[in-house]
Design a protein around this ligand. Sequence first.
Ligand code: MEV
Length: 446
Amino acid sequence: MNNKKTISGFSKLSKRGKIKWIVENFFKNPESVMRELASYWHSNEDQQKILDGFSENTISNFPMPYGVAPNFVINEKTYCVPMVIEESSVVAAASAAAKFWMSRGGFTTEILGMTKLGHVHFVWQGDIEILQSRFDDIKKKLLADTEDITKNMQARGGGIQDIILKKTSDEIPGSYQLLASFETCDSMGANFINSCLEQFAKSFKQFMLTDSAIPDKDRDVEIIMSILSNYTPECLVKAFVSCPVDELGNFPNGMSAQGFAKRFKDAIDIAIHDPYRAVTHNKGIFNGIDAVVLATGNDFRAIESCGHAYASRSGSYSSLSACSIKDGQFYFELIIPLSVGTVGGLTRLHPMAKRSLELLENPSAEELMQIIAATGLAQNFAAVRSLITTGIQQGHMKMHLQNILIQLKATEEESKRVISHFDDKVVSYSGVNQYLAEIRGLTVNS
Ligand code: MEV
């Protein structure tokens, strides 16, 4: 083992101390790496402190592009949607789809549910019928003991909706859970739910120790864990677009509106039935979803794991979107669980997340769910439209070419010549490098 690469007490070092240790032990050019890491610090110390407070062992910031997709008409209101994403073409695709649907009625969205879930998992070997017969009283105690935690949420119109007793798995002897449902209003609600659940666990244990109906030999309940579930299939939103097939317009390579609609539906049906395609298809949806979730300071890991679980709810991984054509009408929808907040967590702490919410005119959690779903649907529409018409590479390669030109430090004049040269050619780094060298009168050996 290389001892220079291990350390104890790293977290106690100052930021400069941490960087010094890292650059000296992991980099060949410590001075320049140190300068580079420091160059990404926020120029305002207070702002940097806020960012550092979000995580641990921070040594710098990791910049990501912050873009916007304008012209999103959702339920007749127009939004300019903030998107944080490192992949080229995504924001352009969302913007193009938003504009396309803007003149065809825009996106329509609907909240199908707002329920969040959490559980206290426990193991108990007693007679479950006894617990079931005492459950009304158990529930009363759990609700009473969490009153202090729930009163603010209740004042905002939320709180604990229900608590049920459920067997967790026949595979684990004696495994049960207190499954609770919550309404958390405009917050994602993680702290609220977890606090309630931890109190449930304590109160439940107490109940079992003191209730006269519980046999003495069964008083001991083993609490395994108390935690919210990121699977929230009842915190659900639907977004759809629809227009007469004839109004879809004309598409590249002479494709008619009818031809487009039919091929589009085929592409969606393939994603419904083939999990290999469904994963890529849904990834395209999450290109849009994650970008807005990130820009608004929400938890994209939770959104992703929940969305993929939902996509598997039939037992086979499938498309999150669906398309139909009926009586000459094209209809394309996305139904997706999205547990997000517009208060609490990072949403108001991260300076850019706060700006994103301002840009969206400070939406409620329900409104944000609808904006995110519409962006996911737009992204999916744009990706599938490209795939079934020109192919995805045309757009990607344009962006790729831009990135290569930046990397090769091409001037504006050189860029114009390269772009025109590659208009009908396959773009590759070596090809562009070679052509640039020709323009510059140099020789390249690659
Ligand atoms: C690329 O990031 C996303 C796509 O692959 C999505 C799709 O295939 O539908 C273009």
